[in-house]
Design a binder for this molecule. Structure first.
Ligand SMILES: Nc1nc2c([nH]c(=O)n2[C@H]2C[C@H](O)[C@@H](COP(=O)(O)OP(=O)(O)OP(=O)(O)O)O2)c(=O)[nH]1
Length: 135
């Protein structure tokens, strides 16, 4: 029997600066997983490519201008989440225009990949940290 669980596509970016630090943001109160630290990004809207969605989200959440060509697929997570099935695509990005602005999150911080282990993050993100440490 086919599995009818709806896929829930989400894109996220590891913005990596010249020092090798990665930008994470803290989810605001009232949202699912409030208070956890995440990679900037969000849901892929119907009809949108993952890259277009991430370019849009980085602009909406951080006021950054990013070219789709500067988004490099790194890895993904696949897990059940609230009755749906989350497919979370992680991209790396080392080039953007602008300075990250706090438009959506409670707080932003640049952290070395090893330091991310100390932050509470959504369950799907845990394997991403080890992958980023190896980049
Ligand atoms: N952006 C992001 N979302 C993540 C990460 N890890 C993780 O499990 N998620 C989950 C949390 C949410 O269930 C979903 C993203 O939804 P969201 O509510 O942040 O998306 P959005 O920015 O499009 O939000 P909105 O327009 O509905 O306010 O993916 C992550 O590292 N970054």
């Amino acid at each position: 029997m086919p599995n009818s669980t709806a896929l829930f596509p989400v894109v996220a970016a590891a913005l990596i600066d010249d020092a090798g630090r990665v930008l994470v943001q803290q989810r605001p109160p009232g949202k699912q997983m409030a208070g956890l630290w995440e990679f900037p990004g969000g849901k892929v809207e119907p009809g949108e490519s993952p890259e277009a969605a991430l370019v849009r989200e980085l602009n909406e959440e951080l006021a950054l201008t990013v070219a789709a060509a500067d988004l490099y697929p790194v890895t993904f997570a696949s897990q059940a989440l609230s009755g749906k099935h989350l497919v979370l695509l992680l991209y790396a990005c080392r080039r953007w225009i602008g300075t990250p602005a706090l438009l959506d999150a409670v707080a932003l911080q640049w952290a070395m990949p090893a330091e991310l282990r100390l932050l509470p993050m959504p369950p799907a993100d845990a394997p991403f940290v080890a992958t980023l440490e190896r980049l």
